[in-house]
Ligand binder design. Structure first.
Ligand code: PRP
Length: 216
């Protein structure tokens, strides 16, 4: 039997996802060991293996077929814009993509003024301002701690993920507009979906069932 390869987003998302797979009887030895530096975990009997990747690389592995399936946030799926099937909303890893800044920056958002938007998500930010707000902005790509940008004067606003809101609060910023809700999704390689349809569909069905049981 061909091995099904599943790419997980390293960190909290992988942890929750491995728990969910565990519930449907798919587990790989060592994968839940917090101290390990191993990247690949295989269950030979089930012909399934998991590997841990950085979030933005998960759609890449899946699009190229190096992984048959992947679990990744919707933010990353939108930003990477790969040809993939998005087949299931796992409902966890919930947060919101938002335009944030100091209250004093609100006036720039409907002024049509050319402002700077700092973000780790240039495609999402560009799409939002250009196609939804019809506002021309300059996008400044950053790699983290985006909240710094409006504080030190790099940009008027940011486009970033808000989960609990505490990073914004502790830095005197707020949500000015909501772009879209985010949660963890299952994506599938388009060829794998045809070649391994039966096994992949069964995994998705079981994941759905486990989620429903969890929520009841
Ligand atoms: C994310 C995001 C915000 C923060 C939001 O950053 O970019 O900074 O979490 O979470 P909160 O609303 O619960 O405070 P992350 O911690 O992933 O690190 P980064 O700044 O390096 O991107």
């Amino acid at each position: 039997m061909r091995t099904i390869t599943i790419a997980l987003t390293k960190g909290r998302l992988a942890k929750k996802t491995l728990q969910l797979f565990d519930q449907i009887g798919i587990r790989a030895e060592g994968s839940t060991d917090d101290s390990t530096r191993k990247l690949i975990f295989e269950n030979e009997d089930l012909a399934v293996r998991f590997f841990m990747a950085k979030g933005p690389d998960v759609p890449t592995y899946v699009a190229y077929g190096a992984a048959d399936m992947g679990i990744v946030g919707r933010d990353t799926i939108l930003e990477e814009n790969r040809h993939l099937y998005e087949v299931l909303d796992l409902g966890y890893g919930k947060c919101r993509m938002c335009i944030c800044g100091p209250e004093s920056a609100r006036k720039y958002l409907d002024s049509g003024e050319q402002i700077r938007v700092a973000t780790k998500y240039p495609r999402i930010a560009k799409d939002y301002f250009l196609n939804r707000k019809h506002q021309t902005v300059e996008i400044v790509k950053l790699n983290g701690s985006i909240e710094l940008a409006p504080i030190v004067g790099l940009s008027e606003v940011i486009c970033d993920i808000v989960e609990t809101g505490s990073t914004l609060r502790e830095n005197g910023l707020q949500v000015l507009e909501e772009v879209c809700p985010i949660s963890a999704r299952v994506v599938v390689n388009q060829v794998s979906m045809k070649m391994e349809n039966e096994r992949i569909s069964e995994i998705i069905r079981q994941l759905k069932e486990a989620l429903e049981n969890e929520n009841n």
